[in-house]
Design a protein around this ligand. Structure first.
Ligand SMILES: C[S@@+](CC[C@H](N)C(=O)[O-])C[C@H]1O[C@@H](n2cnc3c(N)ncnc32)[C@H](O)[C@@H]1O
Length: 366
């Protein structure tokens, strides 16, 4: 049974990860950390399955750690890695670097770097049992499939690789380092396109192709572009100016107001709501609460960005999620996604969707 767990996260989120682990897994003992990388000693006989759910918002990726290799060229490190992994069945190989900076600092975006791709190539070239590798294992960016066993290699330093493994469970563990290979399209008017696209893919909210979506905090409009590209009809709510490319889109409507100034009937036909306002989390939650709990509004699912202007607000995340559940959303998940800065993404869904009984509403308008 493996003794250690590794976790990678955004730089700055380490303390938040430690607090989450202390709360949910009091038996895990913090062992080692570098910015963006942590290990924990697991209790004896922990009995954790290789696809267990860590239930952490701030861990971007995690798995069982089996040790590290250090010094030497990539080919030598790769041979050392395979020695550590002797006896493991390896179907896919995930390689990534710990983050070098906080997201957004000097334009840094977490991603699979050329160094990680080179290390992946070295591991592939010296692997002792290529016959166990699944189709596409030679592609360092392609997500693994559910239930596949993955060898994890984290470049904590260029010449210090930490080796581990996990089995693919739901969602983000399919992606190397929990990171999707997304590229900002040339026509995107803001990097919020990346955030929305990742949030939609991660959350897999069952938004129908012809849905109407309201976006609070929509300017200048990158996130709206991601929603429009999926075929949705988007109402953007923001006192600030939208980019002309978004305003001109036939399925986009701009309500140039603060969310609190919008007439409730604007939401009548809307079932999906997203919010990304540059305000404190309780302000966002109060604004969203006023909409979704209104007796004549039926919102089935939410995709919210909650900013954390101070890291200490990370401690409040369980309360924020509880507040969202109290509005009738029984599936609520949160994750600090790869394209989040000091903020988190929350997906909430009502299952099954129960519309409120509307009093005094014309037929067909509910
Ligand atoms: C991070 S930006 C949103 C980025 C945007 N989603 C995009 O795709 O480009 C935050 C936005 O929240 C807006 N905002 C702040 N308070 C608001 C409120 N009460 N109602 C609506 N929008 C608000 C700001 O005007 C700002 O444009």
């Amino acid at each position: 049974m493996p003794d250690f767990l590794f976790i990678t996260c955004q730089i700055g989120a380490e303390a938040a990860v430690k607090r989450e682990i202390a709360r949910r897994w009091p038996g895990f003992r913090f062992a080692f950390s570098r910015p963006g990388f942590l290990t924990f000693k697991l209790p004896e006989q922990h009995g954790l399955a290789d696809d267990f759910d860590l239930e952490s918002v701030f861990a971007r990726a995690y798995g069982f750690s089996i040790g590290k290799v250090a010094g030497g060229r990539p080919e030598e490190l790769a041979r050392g890695a395979w020695k550590l992994a002797a006896g493991q069945v390896v179907q896919r190989i995930h390689v990534w670097e710990r983050d070098r900076a906080a997201p957004g600092e000097h334009g840094f975006e977490p991603s699979i770097t050329p160094e990680a791709i080179a290390a992946h190539r070295a591991l592939l070239a010296s692997g002792p049992c290529p016959h166990t590798l699944a189709a596409h294992a030679d592609d360092p960016l392609r997500p693994a499939r559910r239930r596949q066993r993955v060898l994890d290699c984290i470049l904590v330093e260029p010449d210090q690789w930490w080796i581990g493994y996990h089995r693919v469970g739901p969602r983000a563990s399919r992606y190397p380092g929990g990171m999707m290979a997304l590229e900002l399209p040339a026509e995107a008017v803001s990097r919020a396109w990346l955030k929305m696209e990742e949030a939609l893919r991660w959350s897999r909210l069952p938004i129908p192709h012809d849905a109407r979506v309201a976006e609070i905090g929509s300017a200048p409009g990158g996130a709206s572009q991601a929603l429009l590209a999926r075929g949705y009809t988007v109402t953007g709510i923001d006192p600030a100016e939208m980019a002309p490319a978004v305003l001109e889109h036939p399925r986009f409507t701009h309500i140039r107001k603060r969310s609190t100034q919008v007439r409730r009937r604007e939401f009548r036909k809307i079932r999906w709501l997203t919010a990304d306002m540059n305000v404190a989390p309780n302000y966002t939650l109060t604004a969203v609460e006023a909409i979704v709990t209104h007796p004549q509004i039926n919102i089935r699912g939410l995709l919210l960005t909650l900013k954390l202007p101070q890291w200490k607000l990370a401690e409040q995340v369980p309360q924020y999620l509880e507040r969202i559940r109290s509005w009738g959303y029984n599936e609520v998940r949160a994750r600090q996604i790869q394209h989040n800065r000091r903020e988190i993404c929350v997906a909430a869904l009502q299952v099954p969707f129960r519309r409120k009984r509307l009093v005094g509403m014309p037929k067909g308008e509910s």
